[in-house]
Design a binder for this molecule. Structure first.
Ligand SMILES: NC(=O)C1=CN([C@@H]2O[C@H](COP(=O)(O)OP(=O)(O)OC[C@H]3O[C@@H](n4cnc5c(N)ncnc54)[C@H](O)[C@@H]3O)[C@@H](O)[C@H]2O)C=CC1
Ligand SMILES: C[C@H](O)[C@@H]1OC(=O)[C@H](O)[C@@H]1O
Length: 261
């Protein structure tokens, strides 16, 4: 069954990792896709061509796709994304507010610039894009769905993530307030809370065999998540199967959060 037939989806941070999987799975479910990505961030992972790969994959699925480069921390980017989606596809039905960074660093000596950048990309960026898309959805008059990528880290701490976990709690809170503000327009707002998903974001942190074994051992299902595990849940929350789900947060963590002992 195709869950997003005829829908138009914008995904931020869609060139790699979880966002890439969201773009591809949404297309597999019948959506046309506008993919945002940030060249500086991709180059930082030695992946300048990542966006070309995902665009090709979606075209091969027979869906329409447009890629738009831009930093979500710039309020103009959200406006540009909406304009481009409307120009290419005529409307916006779904937003996956996913772009994020996680530069691991100890709390006591983290450079203030790293703190500011993490806040601006992860939280301010989600706010700007959500607001721009919500205005468009309200004007269209037929509702919509917004799914933000929060994290298990909205609920628990990380010694190297004190600048990051508050952004994910903020994204979760943003979706809760938007569920209230936008529900009257038929716009549902939810978040996914991934556990540890193997992507470029944590490749360096998990490069140590000891840390990798420890993290796998914490997950009752016995493995790290794959981007598609999260993408499937985003597709569900974006679809009419979830038509009465609004303001919810879905843990996608293999049971990591509930595993006390
Ligand atoms: N990998 C994990 O274990 C988890 C990731 N998350 C969240 O999932 C989201 C995606 O993470 P991953 O796929 O793991 O990361 P990734 O590093 O594999 O991919 C990041 C994507 O975001 C884009 N991006 C980075 N900075 C950007 C900016 N300023 N403006 C626009 N796009 C930008 C990149 O171009 C790329 O497409 C993030 O919000 C992250 O916090 C949440 C929980 C766990
Ligand atoms: C990057 C980390 O492995 C990952 O990011 C999150 O949001 C999760 O909580 C994990 O710590």
């Amino acid at each position: 069954m195709k869950l997003l037939e005829g829908k138009v989806l914008i995904v931020t941070g869609g060139s790699r990792g979880i966002g890439r999987a969201i773009a591809v799975e949404a297309a597999r479910h019948g959506a046309d896709v506008l993919i945002n990505y940030y060249r500086d961030n991709d180059a930082g992972y030695g992946r300048k061509t990542a966006i070309d790969e995902v665009v090709g994959e979606i075209e091969a699925l027979g869906r329409r796709v447009v890629a738009l480069e831009g930093n979500v921390a710039d309020p103009q980017t959200g406006l540009r994304l909406v304009d481009a989606a409307v120009q290419a596809f005529g409307k916006v039905d779904v937003l996956a507010a996913n772009a994020g960074i996680c530069p691991f660093h100890a709390f006591l000596d983290i450079p203030l610039e790293d703190f500011r950048r993490t806040m601006e990309v992860n939280l301010h960026g989600a706010f700007y894009v959500t607001q721009a898309v919500a205005r468009q959805m309200k004007a269209q008059g037929h509702g919509g769905a917004i799914v933000a990528t929060s994290s298990i880290s909205a609920l628990v701490g990380g010694g190297q993530q004190a600048h990051y976990t508050p952004t994910k709690a903020g994204v979760h809170s943003l979706m809760q307030s938007c569920a209230v503000a936008l529900g009257p327009y038929g716009i549902r707002c939810n978040s996914v809370m991934p556990g540890t998903i193997a992507t470029d974001l944590n490749a360096e942190d998990l490069a140590s065999p000891e840390k990798l074994a420890y993290m796998k051992g914490r997950v009752p299902l016995g493995r790290l998540g794959e981007p598609v595990d999260v993408a499937n849940c985003v597709v569900f929350l974006a679809s009419d199967l979830a038509r009465y789900v609004n303001g919810a947060a879905l843990l996608v963590d293999g049971g990591l959060f509930v595993n006390l002992q």
